[in-house]
Design a protein around this ligand. Structure first.
Ligand code: GLY
Length: 525
């Protein structure tokens, strides 16, 4: 089904002209918001600004556009120059539509604007300075989009054709100002990675992978990079959590520096969570930061670790204790990788989907409960929409709390106990997702005992996780022995812990819990 396409950007970047062409090419109705508001009010944009002020004008835009983003009708919409400065509307647009920002230099904008009639927003002693100031003010808002296209030196038809291509990809967008990026969900399309890399024009590629991924998916990567003349260097690590160390990070740094990579290099993380976290951290520090593209090959990496910018490695004192927030430049998720993923790892990834559904998305939870057996069996027809919905839910969380000062901690449901069990087992007995599944059930049970979760939430969570093929229990002795690792958890304050709590199935809250209360509730027989 076609999705709405929105053209955004400063005045005189060609939104209305290109919009009409895109609408014709896609066979969709075209809406120009400035023209609609003028028709509705009987006044031009300039007159509305002058008589009512900008704040009222934005309210009119919201009242016009918001319903169009919710009525399920696909359209091509040309926004006004400042429409995306309203964060709520911008975020709604990014969720409901493909948003393309058109750009031009301030000089071109002023030349085009002044030749095409009155532009109240440029009414100033120096229209050029005014254009520069407004562009600077709106820079972060304009950057939150699915793609940016310069409209200089290119025909309107060529711009429209490019937008049609972008709309067909139907990517998700992570809106983080000038650090925004897209997450593409493909099915057997290695060319998507190639296109994403080509857009970044890297001076060289440093591909970080592991032995299992190289053996199973190396052909996909070879197809993606076939014919590329960009120098490529490879670091292939030993699979598994035991590799998630500073020593492996140093191996990536060493390889990059030995090959003389420069700051225009791109690190390509081609693998699961361990590869993504290590490659992302190495990229964040290499030459003070080079770009990274996350190409997730495990389900866990697709729905969780490749999106959101958490990077790092483990320390003897606990998992992920050293790291950095460093957002990728692109994320490419090709569900075809799941066809060769061992079932146990697939189930481990399903645990992370269930986790986000339990704290943030009752609709996704119902979808998982409806399709549990199909998901567990690796049916891509069920998996693909669940992956997309999980990433959409994660994007909303990260967008609102990138550095985990609040609600992002919800994504750690099951991880307090899960990490402790993993560390206690020397990262050898449980996969991360399995530990999260066990941790999720035990944490929710403890929260029910503490009156923080509604009764019955843990039963519902456990039933789902079991149907997804996951373990949900740990021997009491292991739990007791794992408790000291909870004490070294990085989320802990002095005597308390900020615990993600599924208050009911599909809703969550981060609650400060005394460690003594959690210990008693967890270890109650
Ligand atoms: N994996 C949890 C997060 O990204 O916050």
């Amino acid at each position: 089904m076609a999705r709405t396409v929105i053209l955004s950007g400063f005045m005189a970047t060609g939104k209305s002209s290109v919009g009409g062409l895109v609408a014709r090419a896609l066979g969709l109705p075209f809406v120009d918001t400035d023209a609609c508001l003028a028709e509705e009010s009987g006044k031009s944009t300039g007159e509305l600004f002058a008589s009512e002020g900008e704040a009222r004008f934005r309210e009119r835009e919201v009242a016009l556009v918001d319903p169009m983003l919710r009525d399920g009708v696909a359209r091509v919409i040309a926004f006004g120059g400042g429409t995306v400065t309203v964060p709520r509307l911008r975020h709604a647009a990014l969720e409901a539509a493909t948003v393309v920002t058109l750009t031009a230099s301030p000089e071109t904008i002023v030349a085009r604007a002044l030749s095409s009639g009155a532009r109240p927003n440029l009414a100033a002693a120096s229209p050029l300075d005014r254009a520069r100031d407004l562009l600077a003010l709106r820079r972060e808002a304009y950057a939150e989009c699915h793609a940016t296209i310069s409209t200089e030196g290119i025909s309107l038809e060529a711009i429209a054709a490019r937008i049609v291509e972008i709309a067909r990809v139907d990517a998700l967008a992570m809106p983080l100002g000038t650090r925004s990026y897209t997450v593409e969900i493909a099915n057997g399309e290695p060319e998507r990675l190639r296109a994403a890399l080509d857009e970044l024009s890297p001076s060289s590629l440093l591909v970080v992978s592991d032995e299992n991924v190289t053996a199973a998916r190396g052909g996909w990567l070879a197809t993606a990079l076939e014919g590329s003349t960009v120098p490529r260097h490879d670091v292939v690590i030993v699979p598994g959590e035991a590799s998630k160390t500073l020593t492996t990070v140093a191996r990536i740094w060493d390889e990059a520096l030995a090959r003389g990579v420069d700051r225009d290099a791109v690190v390509v993380a081609f693998g699961g969570g361990v590869v993504g976290d290590l490659a992302g951290f190495a990229a964040s520090t290499l030459l003070r930061g080079v770009r990274c593209v996350q190409t997730a090959t495990s389900l866990l990496a697709m729905v969780d670790s490749s999106v959101g910018g958490k990077t790092g490695f483990d320390h003897a004192a606990g998992k992920n204790l050293i790291g950095a927030f460093f957002q990728p430049s692109r994320v490419v998720v090709d569900v075809a990788h799941l066809t060769t993923l061992p079932p146990r790892e697939r189930a481990a990834g399903l645990a992370e989907i269930a986790k986000i559904a339990l704290v943030r998305d009752a609709g996704l939870l119902a979808q998982l409960e409806r399709d549990a057996e199909a998901l567990a069996s690796g049916d891509l027809v069920a998996l693909r929409p669940a992956i997309r919905a999980a990433i959409e839910a994660k994007i909303r969380v990260v967008r609102d709390d990138e550095r985990e000062s609040g609600a992002r901690a919800l994504l750690n449901l099951g991880h307090t106990v899960g990490h402790a069990l993993e560390a206690h087992g020397g990262y050898a007995t449980l996969l991360h997702g399995e530990a999260v599944a066990v941790g999720t059930v035990l944490e929710i049970e403890a929260c029910e005992r503490l009156g923080l979760s509604a009764p019955g939430t843990s039963v519902r969570a456990e039933a789902l996780l079991r149907r997804l093929g996951l373990p949900t229990r740990a021997p009491r002795g292991d739990l007791e022995a794992a408790w000291p690792f909870v004490l070294s958890d990085k989320k802990r304050g002095a005597a308390s812990l900020k615990l993600p709590v599924a208050t009911t199935a599909g809703c969550g809250e981060v609650v400060k819990v005394a460690l003594s209360d959690l210990q008693a509730a967890l270890l109650t027989p």
